[in-house]
Each structure stands twice: as structure tokens, then as C-alpha cells.
Design a protein around this ligand. Structure first.
Ligand SMILES: [Zn+2]
Length: 406
């Protein structure tokens, strides 16, 4: 793979004229200058006025599940609950090698679409043990030159419902998982869900880690875990270190209660991740017609100053039969699902899959400023609006200055 010294004639957002990005030998952006001519030689890319963005960030993925659809019986109801049930049986038999091979396939696909960073959840519990975790950590190791991956130790079957899971999570964190995961709504009672959240903070304190919790991934308007997560974030001193994934029930709350929860999320600096494809697909399953969309209140969260990003979540697994790993496709779905229609709303979805997600992952040295890593994607369009409309394959993807896909 080629190390690139200069990306010439790049269109970057916010600049009126094309620029040259001069890269340093260690793979950072050294300077950004007005464009000065055509590219010469193999160490230069001529973007020819195409849009150059910092790499896309997939802030919510399940690499252990990717391409597992054919391993499980069909999800006849299409619900989250049936998918969890099928997966529970299959995961007992999976080997780390099987998980690793499928994860690498998904990672390569994501990279080919311009993804440079992934936050993946990995199922750890008394059924999954640590085998899925071993597979995903091995895949991360084998693809470390292509993409940066954060791994969340995720108790898919709950914590109070799965006695012994906390010790498995502890071991997963020692093995190399980065974050404490959760699934607060997947407990028997509201009291158990609240206790689940307290246990996540205990574990996060024990290991000094951030939290990314699946939460209120249901249409049930009485599923009220998100407000507890936000309140505990403040009480436990974890502001800015907590992500609430999905938050679908927020869309079902009455507007007065939703406003309160959104205020709590903003005050606690909790990041929200929406997964438009999967939320559209799994939610609304108890509705006849009209069917709800299932996503959280993205526009209202953004308007209140909550940091929102979006993820692919699933690729061809028991939860979701489609999914490619293209963040342009994720954005395309979000634009439809949340009624984002003005030019600026559509352009801002470009932030949702880049800078907002970088804040969720707490990345430093991310962007197009001098000093940032040259993690770049070249797109044959002149705006993010056009990128979402046409969803083109990127002609070039760079990781720390090295061309990793063309
Ligand atoms: Zn998920």
C-alpha cells in the first residue's frame, strides 16, 4: 500500500478554493495550502476538485454478529426479542476464528466505503463467554493498519438476568475491550433496569472506562432508562464519558416528558447514537398501520445541544438482513427517517458521521487541520448533500497517510 505525500486539488468543506493537503512522513496533515498545480508521481493524489473529508466514523456496530444471518433460523416476527433468542442459541457454538473471519470481512467493507474508525459492541456473557470477544479482538489486531476500533464489552442478555456476567465483562476489559457496555431495558423490571445502570457505573469506576449503553431500544413509552442514565452520569461524575445508544422510546414519550429527558441528556453531556436502518427495521413491529419510524428524536436532540451520531449497527445478521458498512447509506436513511429536508439539515448529516461521532469516540487529532492524522476519504462529489444523494464509492481512502482502498 502506498504512502501518500500530497493530496492535490481537494475541495474541503468551508473553503472557497481547492487546496493541497501536504502530509508528513508519519501520516499527519502537515499543511493545508491553496492548490498549486497537478499531481505528479505515485506519492500524490490528484483529487481534481473532488470533496475530501476526514474518514467516516461508524459509532455503533456489532462485528461479532456481522454476516451471521445464515447461521440462525429466520426471524419470523422481525422483532429484537426474537433476534436475541435465536442468537442466544447460536452463539454457544461459535468459535473465535469464525467470529474473526466474519468481522474482518465487515471491517474491509467498511474501509472500502471510507470508514476509518469503528466502535463495535461485542457480546460477552455466560452464553457467549469470551469467545466472541477473542474473535473481535483478533480481527482488530489483524486490521490495525486499516482502521481504529474501539471495543465495548456488551452484556447482550442483561446483567441481573444473566448472573455471572459481570465477571465475564471484567475479564473482557482485561483482555482489551475499551468500554463498558449495557442493555438497560433488557431486564425483567424497571427496578432491575435501574440497578443494571448502577452496576455499569460501578464497573466503569473500577476500570476507569467510558460507558456505551444500549438503552430504551423499544417502542414502549414507559421504558424510562435513559433519564436514569443521564442522572447517574452527573451523580457519578462521568459527564462526557457516557453514550446512550438507540434511545428509541424517547420518540414515544409525550412531548412534555421527552423535553425533560432531552434536557437531562444535554446537561449530563451524554452522547446519543441513532441507528436508522436497524431502528426502522426492528421498531414499530407491534404497530399495524400507521407504523412508527422507531428512531429517537434526532432533530430535537441536536437542537437542544445533545451530541448525536449515527451507526450501521448490523450487517446481514439476525437483527437486520441488510447493511453494507457505508456511512453514506446510514446518513441517507437518517435523512429520510427524521425528515431532514433543507440543504443545511442534509449537509449537517455530514457532521453526524464525522465530527459528532469523533466527539462520541473522544478522538483527538481528528479532522482536516494541521497536526491531525491523515485519515481521509475522497468522494467524487462537490458536497455532502451530493454524497448522500448519489452514495458513490470513494476513489481513495487514506489511513495515517497510507492509501488503504482505491
Ligand atoms: Zn447495537
Amino acid at each position: 500500500m502506498d504512502r501518500i505525500q500530497t493530496v492535490r486539488n481537494a475541495r474541503i468543506r468551508g473553503a472557497n478554493v481547492p487546496v493541497d493537503l501536504i502530509l508528513s512522513p508519519d501520516g499527519r496533515i502537515e499543511r493545508v495550502e491553496p492548490a498549486s498545480g497537478r499531481a505528479t508521481g505515485p506519492a500524490e493524489i490528484d483529487a481534481g476538485g473532488m470533496l475530501v473529508m476526514p474518514s467516516f466514523i461508524d459509532s455503533h456496530l456489532h462485528l461479532d454478529l456481522a454476516y451471521s444471518l445464515d447461521l440462525v433460523p429466520p426471524n419470523e416476527s422481525g422483532t429484537l426479542a426474537e433476534a436475541i433468542r435465536h442468537w442466544e442459541r447460536v452463539k454457544r457454538e461459535l468459535t473465535p476464528d469464525n467470529v474473526c473471519q466474519r468481522a474482518i470481512r465487515a471491517i474491509r467493507e467498511e474501509v472500502s466505503f471510507g470508514t476509518g474508525f469503528i466502535r463495535t459492541h461485542v457480546d460477552v456473557g455466560t452464553s457467549a463467554g469470551l469467545r466472541l470477544c477473542e474473535g473481535v479482538l483478533a480481527a482488530r489486531e489483524q486490521t490495525r493498519d486499516l482502521v481504529d476500533i474501539q471495543v465495548v464489552a456488551f452484556p447482550q442478555d442483561g446483567i441481573l438476568q444473566d448472573p455471572g456476567v459481570l465477571d465475564v465483562m471484567r475479564e473482557a476489559l482485561r483482555m482489551g475491550c475499551d468500554l463498558v457496555g449495557g442493555i438497560a431495558h433488557n431486564e425483567r423490571t424497571d427496578d432491575d433496569s435501574r440497578q443494571h445502570i448502577d452496576l455499569l457505573f460501578d464497573l466503569a469506576e473500577e476500570f476507569d472506562r467510558d460507558i456505551d449503553c444500549h438503552i430504551d431500544e423499544t417502542d414502549d413509552p414507559y421504558s424510562r432508562c435513559t433519564e436514569v442514565l443521564a442522572a447517574r452520569t452527573v451523580e457519578r461524575g462521568w459527564k462526557g464519558r457516557v453514550t446512550a445508544s438507540h434511545v428509541c422510546a424517547l420518540a414515544g414519550y409525550d412531548n412534555v416528558h421527552a423535553a425533560k429527558v432531552i434536557r437531562l441528556l444535554a446537561a449530563a453531556e451524554v452522547n446519543v447514537v441513532t441507528n436508522p436502518g436497524v431502528n426502522l427495521h426492528l421498531q414499530g413491529r407491534f404497530d399495524r398501520y400507521p407504523k412508527r419510524r422507531g428512531l429517537t428524536r434526532v432533530r430535537e436532540l441536536l437542537a437542544a445541544g445533545v451530541n448525536v451520531s449515527a451507526g450501521q449497527d448490523c450487517i446481514r445478521d439476525p437483527f437486520y438482513p441488510l447493511g453494507t458498512g457505508s456511512l453514506l447509506e446510514v446518513g441517507h436513511l437518517l435523512i429520510h427517517a427524521d425528515h431532514l429536508s433543507t440543504a443545511s439539515q442534509i449537509e449537517n448529516v455530514g457532521d453526524i458521521i464525522t465530527t459528532n461521532a469523533a466527539r462520541t469516540l473522544r478522538l483527538s487529532e481528528y479532522g482536516l487541520e494541521p497536526g491531525c492524522w491523515a485519515d481521509l476519504v475522497v468522494l467524487p462529489v462537490n458536497s455532502m448533500h451530493e454524497a448522500f444523494r448519489t452514495r458513490p464509492a470513494p476513489p481513495a481512502v487514506l489511513k495515517r497517510g497510507v492509501r488503504v482502498s482505491r
